[in-house]
Design a protein around this ligand. Structure first.
Ligand code: MN
Length: 334
């Protein structure tokens, strides 16, 4: 089955594999790994191993709880100081630059053999850079390569690739979900990936504690600016009281963003020395990146963040809401 996408990159991918035959390869992913990162690391390791390349996954951070089930018997060093890079070549996946894997990893492999990624800002830091910025996921790229090249993949590899595509397309909701991406996903199901497994592992194993934190957050939601702005907050004590950490609040801001009529959403988290904020814009014209800049932060057009040190929750909240009001007025006047 040929997907008529990335023929040239598929050929370069095969050449990269051929150049590494008989060698040992570390397949490296980024810090705070997500489904596309772990999926790409697991899949590429297994693809390489099937071609006679002795590959292992290496990540500076632990594999998140909900992704551990996708690793299977793939050799993987995560947050593990026992990995010795001597004699290993490196391929980075899903990393826009080497430092995304952590400065220690970047220093360990100053001259990586490969860089396979889909970020628009990729720094082309390896000998062979296979970068497709318009593609939905690194796992979508790898899927296209193996299908174009007719390489056999086992069900665990197919599952890892499918999981990466599901993660980075927001469960096939983002505009990056092209017909080709859906065809690749369909072919992965034919190769043994299971829709239920990915759904269950990724989205149906929340802890009770994180739902208790969500409950606290939802009860704090407040509308401002005639319903165009929604804020929610988490006081520092709430983490202790529910037995959670900041990681559990990941994604909460989207509950504020998805309310009808809301143009800008903000999650305000109290920290030991101030507050941290996550901003979401529903539409590109509201420029969450420029808004974050006014609060000494940064990010993307629809999603950004900032931190305000040396402030109380009450003062921080007041300053943030004033800044949002001024930003909205500026946008409306354009
Ligand atoms: Mn990705």
């Amino acid at each position: 089955m040929n997907f008529h996408c990335f023929p040239e990159e598929s050929t370069r991918f095969l050449a990269l594999i051929n150049s590494l035959r008989g060698k040992r390869v570390a397949v490296i992913g980024h810090l705070r790994p997500d489904g596309d990162c772990i999926g790409a690391q697991v899949a590429l390791c297994r693809i390489l191993r099937a071609q006679g390349v002795d590959a292992v996954g290496v990540n500076g951070h632990a594999i998140p709880r909900n992704l551990r089930g996708f690793v299977g018997d793939t050799p993987f060093f995560a947050q593990d100081n026992s990995f010795d890079p001597t004699g290993y070549e490196a391929i980075f996946v899903d990393c826009s630059d080497a430092n995304r894997a952590g400065s220690a990893m970047a220093a360990m492999f100053p001259a990586p053999a490969g860089n396979i990624d889909h970020h628009i800002s990729n720094a082309r830091f390896a000998s062979e850079n296979i970068v497709l910025p318009e593609t939905a996921a690194t796992c979508a790229m790898l899927s296209a390569f193996v299908f174009n090249l007719g390489l056999d993949i086992d069900p665990l590899t197919a599952q890892a690739l499918y999981t990466g595509i599901v993660t980075d397309t927001g469960q096939f909701k983002f505009p990056s979900t092209t017909p080709e991406v859906l065809e690749l996903a369909a072919q992965l199901l034919r190769c043994g990936a299971c829709v239920r497994t990915t759904t269950r592992e990724l989205y149906e194993q929340e802890t009770f504690a994180s739902l208790a934190l969500l409950q606290r957050f939802l009860s704090s939601l407040t509308l401002h600016n005639k319903g165009r702005v929604c804020s929610g907050e988490i006081p520092l004590a709430a983490f202790d009281e529910t037995g959670t950490t900041r990681e559990n609040a990941e994604g909460f801001v989207d509950y504020a963003r998805c309310i009808e009529g809301v143009d800008i959403a903000v999650l305000i988290e109290e920290t030991p020395d101030g507050v941290k904020g996550s901003l979401r814009a529903k539409d590109e014209r509201y420029r969450a990146d420029l808004l974050a800049k006014k609060l000494n932060g940064g990010g993307h057009i629809l999603a950004s963040g900032f931190s305000l040190p040396n402030t109380t929750l009450a003062d921080g909240r007041a300053h943030i809401l004033e800044t949002i009001t001024a930003h909205l007025a500026e946008i409306d006047a354009q």
